[in-house]
Design a binder for this molecule. Structure first.
Ligand SMILES: Cc1cc2nc3c(=O)[nH]c(=O)nc-3n(C[C@H](O)[C@H](O)[C@H](O)COP(=O)(O)OP(=O)(O)OC[C@H]3O[C@@H](n4cnc5c(N)ncnc54)[C@H](O)[C@@H]3O)c2cc1C
Length: 408
């Protein structure tokens, strides 16, 4: 039987947090391997044109910086905010190319499901003896070939960007939404770059009241100034504000974004029409006119918008299907790690990303021994997550795993 070493560690997801965990794990002596279904940093690439609102000094994890510096890397200017693409190019790619991590990061290897070897989810309930068997991962490569890989410790750092939330009221798909989803956009579209042609001279509906929607609307307003005929209809569920906008925001780049979005909401640009209190009922697409009909309820009254493009920036939800075979415990409301979600509920950290949640590895733990969810996914639907919180989670989780894993 294929039994791995006790210090074997599998990390799922080669985003900034999974890779920071990998760098930190090497320092502690783990035999670490990272499995990534796409390219390194593929979720960052999905919003690669967007400038981050945190500067380099907050974006590069401490173990990442140590490993890169040991290999001759020059840190970027601490105060500048990179785009998602710049972050992937200047940090994540050099990191996986270091001799220490080379051969340990496996791209185009999707983790399909994880269980304990020879142990059902329903067996040995909450029993630490579950740790006697390694995790067993079903991994599929780009060619469809499947392998079984075993490790005694497991970190799920798969993020949430891969599963956008539905725009329909209550968070389920609106009428026609599932059918039309492949032709609508659920990401912050690069409307001034790659996706310019799609929106220039067109009427675009943007739904959402958070940072992603604000980014899209502000960029579309810029496009409208350059390309005649471009207009935006912006619908938010919030009746009178933008979620996350904070008058005393300590992150200047985010404060600037929300200030620009607020002005547009208040009617500063005739190309942008905003309406609040909007509940999405559904979407239809007319193949003759190539126009969408989006139906809303606003204060109980129906409202219909006819547009040529639709961008739905209503947040992201975690996909827990890969760990459905484990004794993992997620919050019924946010779908984040249960104890962490409870801590966030009672703490300013739940709404202010600059405040780190307390509790260390204790709040990240699940009944399943040897297993942690870290990074954006650990917060579930709560969007108050910052990378530097994820880096601390990686350190906390590894410190908790090390005593059982690393032979003294
Ligand atoms: C537009 C936008 C802007 C943001 N700006 C900031 C900012 O300025 N500052 C900040 O601190 N945070 C920011 N965030 C929030 C957060 O830091 C990022 O979402 C960050 O990418 C989270 O990192 P992560 O490593 O947890 O997960 P991700 O970066 O989401 O990485 C997860 C990885 O897991 C892989 N994966 C998923 N499923 C599987 C599977 N089954 N098998 C194998 N691999 C899998 C994915 O392909 C991906 O590469 C922003 C988020 C968004 C969406």
């Amino acid at each position: 039987m294929n039994t791995p070493a006790r210090h074997s560690l599998a990390i799922v997801g080669a985003g900034p947090v999974g890779l920071e965990a990998a760098a930190a794990a090497l320092e502690l002596g783990f035999d670490v391997h990272v499995f990534e279904r796409g390219e390194v940093g593929s979720h960052l690439r999905g919003w690669g044109h967007v400038r981050m609102f945190t500067p380099w000094s907050m974006n590069v994890g401490p173990a990442t910086a140590r490993l890169l510096k040991a290999n001759g890397w020059t840190p970027p200017s601490a105060d500048e905010c990179p785009t998602g693409d710049e972050f992937a190019d200047r940090v994540l790619l050099p990191l996986v190319a270091t001799p220490e991590l080379k051969g340990r990061v496996h791209t185009h290897e999707q983790v399909v499901q994880v269980a304990r070897r020879s142990t059902l989810q329903s067996e040995r309930i909450g029993d630490p003896a579950r740790a006697d068997e390694p995790f067993r991962m079903l991994v599929r490569n780009a060619g469809g070939h499947e392998s079984l890989i075993h490790a005694f410790s497991l970190l799920d750092a798969t993020g949430t960007f891969g599963t956008p939330a539905w725009a329909g009221t209550g968070g389920i798909p609106g009428r026609g939404e599932q059918y039309l989803a492949p032709q609508m956009s659920y990401r912050p579209d690069d409307v001034l770059g790659l996706r310019r042609e799609r929106h220039a001279g067109k009427r675009t509906l943007v739904v959402g009241g958070g940072a992603s929607a604000a980014t899209t609307v502000v960029a579309l307003a810029k496009l409208a100034a350059e390309a005649p005929g471009t207009s935006v209809v912006w619908a938010t569920r919030e009746a009178d504000g933008i979620a996350g906008a904070n008058a005393s925001d300590p992150l200047p780049a985010r404060a600037e974004l929300f200030a620009a979005a607020r002005k547009l909401r208040e009617g500063s640009d005739p190309a942008v029409t905003w309406f609040g209190g909007a509940e999405v009922e559904g979407f239809e697409y007319n193949t003759g006119t190539h126009k969408y009909r989006a139906t809303f309820l606003c204060d109980g009254q129906p409202r219909i918008e006819e547009v040529e493009q639709v961008v739905l920036n209503v947040g992201y939800v975690p996909d827990h299907s890969i760990t459905a075979g484990l004794q993992a415990h997620f919050c019924w409301a946010t779908r984040g790690a249960m104890k962490l979600a409870a801590t966030l509920l009672d703490s300013p950290a739940g709404s202010d990303c600059m405040v780190a949640p307390e509790g260390g590895a204790g709040v990240l733990a699940h009944p399943e021994p040897g297993f942690f969810v870290i990074g954006a996914k650990s917060y579930g639907r709560n969007s108050a997550f910052l990378l530097r919180t994820g880096y601390q989670q990686a350190a906390d989780a590894l410190a908790a795993l090390a005593p059982a894993a690393i032979a003294r």
